[in-house]
Ligand binder design. Structure first.
Ligand SMILES: [Zn+2]
Length: 444
């Protein structure tokens, strides 16, 4: 103690002797520090700081701009207003953020909903309203449930606790509903890939419709990389109540962010999903048509082509000289299992796509599906009123008799490649002269 005190006196003495003005030198010896406050994106600070003396206090408040909330200071403190005791240089940044849709304090979610209103002509218009709704947590899930009028909807939240809306063009927050609080259940869905799936289940009488299905399953699973999971794509589905496989369309999944969402009811024809088939696919081009097929089912490209060529060559030959195949772009051949239907077709504007659910499609299947794409394309000359008259007056096939929308495709098939069918199944197919003449007008 003594030693230290002595040293201090010595220093002071030295100081006094070497300076000309004692008063100002005493002042500069008081410690001063630089304190700065800056605001990150989304707000301002009440002071930018300055030079302060040791022991002084500085008040500062972080002020968020509209649409933002204060998050924290760069030192981790979460009080928007602070009293800083000056004891060193300090640089603090106020951080702001856009608030999450989910507020954990009030247990509410900000929801954008489409409601129906009346326009000036008395018609119905869709109006988007924003509303903060009370939600309930689902055990084991990050998603929340919103109840409205005894109907329960799962609100899907992302990692930032924001609502994930569907990407089907309607921007809807839900596509499924439950008659009671849904529970997250462990329900294994068979697949070649890891689906990373959550299955929710509810079972209660519908409050307004006693005939409505009671057992409801809701599925939320990974979309993968643009629909590809582990190099494989979703090509088929299976449900508990069906022996056969359906297409991805049967699942009616809607994309919500990086997930798919779908629902099924145990009381429906299909029942709960039991399997989603994901397979590796390959493509090749033959006669200007893109073919996509399951890699597992063929020994390479050559083997695939060798197997499908005879029937497709025949189709190509039958349709040759007409524009019947001009719109066809891609043929998907997904086989290896028994499907609920033989094929499907789609037309985007004038570009046609067909799916054949068999390993080696026959001439009739190709032709029937091409008939759909040709007739449903944007520039189709098909007069549907005229064809309505034909389907009401002339038998074409048993299938068309049961499904009106199949009439044209069936007539098209019989016209181009149905002679064999007519001979083999005389009671199932007939191409009457008035129908043939109508097709002659389109293709001759
Ligand atoms: Zn069809």
């Amino acid at each position: 103690m003594l030693k230290k005190h002595f040293l201090y006196s010595l220093l002071l003495s030295f100081f006094f002797f070497s300076c000309s003005s004692d008063e100002t030198s005493m002042e500069t010896s008081v410690r001063k520090y630089i304190i700065t406050f800056t605001a990150g994106e989304g707000g301002t600070v009440s002071t930018i700081g300055g030079e302060y003396e040791l022991g002084q206090t500085v008040n500062v408040t972080a002020i968020p701009r509209e649409g933002y909330i204060f998050k924290d200071w760069s030192d981790g403190n979460t009080d928007s207003t602070r009293v800083i005791l000056v004891n060193g240089n300090l640089n603090l940044i106020a951080n702001f953020e856009v608030p999450s849709d989910f507020d954990s304090i009030s247990n509410t979610v900000l929801l954008r909903q489409v409601v129906y209103g009346a326009d000036s002509q008395g018609g119905e218009v869709e109006v988007v309203v924003e509303e903060r709704v009370s939600v309930t947590a689902i055990s084991g899930s990050r998603h929340k449930v919103f109840e409205n009028n005894e109907i329960f909807y799962i609100i899907q939240l992302n990692e930032d606790n924001n609502v994930v809306y569907g990407e089907d063009g309607t921007g809807r927050f839900f596509m499924t509903s439950h008659n009671e609080m849904p529970q997250l259940i462990d329900n294994h869905i068979l697949s070649d890939v890891n689906l990373n799936m959550e299955v929710y289940y509810s079972n209660a009488q519908h409050p307004h419709d006693s005939n409505a299905p009671s057992e409801a399953y809701e599925y939320i699973w990974d979309n993968g990389d643009e629909g590809v999971i582990g190099g494989k794509q979703f090509i088929a589905s299976k449900f508990k109540n069906t022996e056969k496989y359906g297409t991805p369309v049967d699942v009616s999944a809607v994309k919500f962010g990086n997930k798919w969402r779908a629902q099924s009811n145990s009381d429906s024809d299909y029942g709960p999903i039991t399997e989603l088939v994901y397979k590796e696919l390959a493509t090749l081009t033959y006669k200007d048509i893109i073919f996509e097929y399951e890699v597992d089912l063929y020994n390479g490209e050559e083997d695939f082509l060798e197997k499908i060529k005879p029937n497709f060559d025949k189709v190509y030959e039958n349709l040759n000289g007409t524009n019947a195949i001009d719109n066809l772009n891609t043929i998907y051949i997904y086989g290896g299992r028994t499907y609920t239907c033989g094929g499907e077709s789609k037309c985007d504007e004038n570009i046609g796509y067909i799916w054949c659910f068999t390993t080696i499609p026959d001439v009739g299947l190709y032709t029937h599906e091409i008939g759909h794409t040709w007739s449903l394309r944007a520039e189709s000359p098909v007069d549907w009123d005229k064809w309505q008259f034909f389907l009401e007056n002339y038998y074409c096939s048993d299938y068309a008799l049961q499904n009106e929308t199949e009439y044209f495709a069936e007539a098209f098939m019989c016209y181009f490649s149905g002679q064999q069918l007519l001979i083999d199944f005389p009671n199932q197919y007939q191409l009457t002269n008035p129908v043939r003449e109508q097709l002659d007008l389109l293709f001759n």
